[in-house]
Design a protein. Structure first.
Length: 559
């Protein structure tokens, strides 16, 4: 006979779970995470980020939620966000790395959940602090985004809320404070929306003394004011962003071409196709040159090729050098060539390389270079190679690229161009340093051969935000697409189709003036992080420790 003595306990536990608030909170957390994903390209429904953070705030500030519960709800939210945001990783290296990266990134909103619960307790104790809870939660969100953008292994800013706002009206805020201000503003809108709705619900259900309406109005005053401030700030910034896209009095209009040579096939084996990829970019540049001669295209001051357009090192391979020089001579302009160069310390056991953009002058060859300074972990190099090689056979595919240094500014045709190669554009510091070093326009050569169309749209959103952030024209050149020209107001001037061979000839303005974000976004980020840490410290001290039991009503349970 089977022992059924444990069955009632199991069923009782299941019934308690189904009757508890945990199940609907988990469902709302999943919904909120997926809605945040939909705010990013290719869907690009920017306003859903506000709704998502409002829903998450409601879950984390519900009575009876413990710090452990906050961790769980935040983790579920993070998984529901990152898993559908990053599926292209699965197509490259299989499901295990995709799930592992998504789970790692989900730990950051999980951490946000813990501290949100602690801070909500403080706000609930003296009721006069409750109206300021949305501001505190927005600061905590900014802190977790800053942490995920810096750790581990240099960080992973993919998924920062600001990059889902490039088609919305709040994008104008990037000119004042870059991605940090834009993310904070979206988070503040979300947390304030939750607070206003919660106060309205309290007003509809007043207590026996009929004072609920007055309490609700008082609680809603500060978050409602925060919503107004964010909306008015975006409206005030918008005219300046629009003016940045007009012809500049301090600059000159130049014609720039971007060549998209395409690759024979997508995938991690693009390096095996390197001769065909080089040939494609040469042939498309020759077509551009023919169109210039026939009057179909304008004569470019210089041409931008993508990252990895010449994986054959042209400094040691005469055939590759001859092909590139023939293309430069034909078009009559310097070419920014994305090349892979062997480093002086290269050995068969340590094939160290530089991911480099060469300024190839017609007839004379390379004159300047930008060595990629922020290289991609687990792609361009493998941290802890001996350890991770034991975990996955894909680890051996990681490169041996070494980060470079320099000003990240080159001068093709005498034009000061800031360069951020693919992965670099994701990081705030890369193009900020270029502009501070004198760049008057920006170039983003990128290798999309390992991307899909959705990932390419997401990557293009980074460039759109950088254009507004620094008030510069940006030209994106991809191997397979999407190549595009972006005006300083974030508007796409032209783009190529994905997985096609094509070129763009674009007229862009050169700008020397700096935006407030170029100078102040970095200290603003530190200020937001410091304020969040102060909020956390105050919450821990008030609660007598991070894991003090919840003071919620007994029937609500913890979690």
């Amino acid at each position: 006979m089977a022992d059924r003595s444990v069955a009632p306990d199991r069923y009782d536990t299941l019934r308690k779970f189904l009757r508890s608030p945990r199940l609907p909170r988990l469902a709302v957390s999943v919904l909120a995470g997926y809605l945040l994903c939909l705010s990013f390209p290719p869907a690009g429904w920017w306003w859903l980020a506000v709704v998502a953070l409002a829903l998450l705030s409601g879950v984390l500030t519900a009575p009876g939620v413990s710090p452990a519960g906050g961790f769980g709800y935040g983790l579920v939210f993070g998984l529901a966000f990152y898993l559908p945001l990053l599926p292209w990783i699965s197509g490259l290296v299989g499901p295990a790395p995709w799930i592992a990266l998504s789970a790692l990134q989900a730990l950051f909103p999980a951490m946000f959940g813990v501290f949100a619960v602690l801070v909500a307790r403080v706000a609930a104790a003296p009721a006069r602090l409750a109206p300021w809870l949305p501001l505190a939660l927005a600061l905590l969100w900014s802190l977790q985004e800053w942490l995920k953008s810096n750790i581990p292994f240099g960080g992973f800013p993919w998924g920062v809320v600001a990059f889902g706002q490039t088609t919305g009206p709040l994008l104008a805020l990037a000119q004042w404070g870059g991605a940090p201000l834009l993310s904070f503003a979206v988070a503040l809108l979300g947390t304030s929306l939750w607070a206003v709705l919660a106060a309205a619900a309290g007003r509809l259900r007043p207590g026996p003394d009929h004072s609920g309406g007055l309490r609700g109005l008082r609680s809603a005053a500060v978050p409602a004011a925060a919503i107004c401030v964010v909306v008015l700030a975006a409206a005030a910034a918008a005219p300046g962003v629009r003016r940045a896209a007009l012809p500049a009095g301090d600059g000159t209009a130049v014609t720039v071409a971007a060549v998209q040579g395409n690759v024979p096939r997508l995938g991690l084996d693009f390096a095996a196709q390197r001769r065909a990829v080089l040939d494609n970019h040469v042939s498309e540049t020759l077509r551009l040159a023919a169109d210039v001669r026939s009057g179909k295209a304008r004569q470019p001051r210089f041409v931008i090729w993508p990252e990895n357009s010449s994986d054959i090192d042209p400094l040691i391979n005469a055939d590759a050098a001859a092909e590139i020089d023939a293309a430069a001579r034909a078009v009559g302009a310097p070419i920014l060539v994305g090349a892979v160069l062997a480093r002086p310390d290269w050995t068969p056991d340590n094939p160290a390389a530089s991911n480099t953009v060469l300024v190839w002058q017609p007839g004379t060859g390379p004159r300047e270079r930008h060595d990629k300074q922020i290289v991609q972990p687990f792609g361009e190099y493998l941290p802890w190679r001996g350890f991770f090689s034991l975990l996955s056979s894909y680890a051996d595919r990681a490169g041996y690229f070494v980060p470079g240094d320099g000003s990240a500014v080159v001068y093709p045709g005498g034009v000061p161009v800031g360069v951020a190669t693919c992965w670099e554009v994701i990081f705030d510091r890369a193009l900020r340093e270029s502009v501070r070093n004198g760049a008057q326009m920006l170039a983003v050569p990128t290798n999309n051969a390992t991307f899909d169309a959705a990932m390419s749209e997401q990557h293009l959103a980074f460039a759109r935000l950088r254009a507004v952030e620094h008030g510069r024209y940006v030209v994106v050149a991809g191997t397979t697409g999407i190549s595009a020209g972006i005006a300083p107001d974030g508007r796409e001037m032209a783009r190529t189709e994905f997985f096609t061979q094509d070129y763009l000839d674009l007229q862009v303005g050169l700008r020397a003036a700096r935006t407030p974000a170029t100078g102040w976004a970095e200290p603003l980020q530190w200020l937001l992080a410091a304020a969040a840490i102060a909020v956390i410290g105050a919450a821990i001290l008030h609660n007598g420790g991070p894991m003090r039991p919840t003071r919620g009503r007994p029937d609500e349970g913890a979690g």
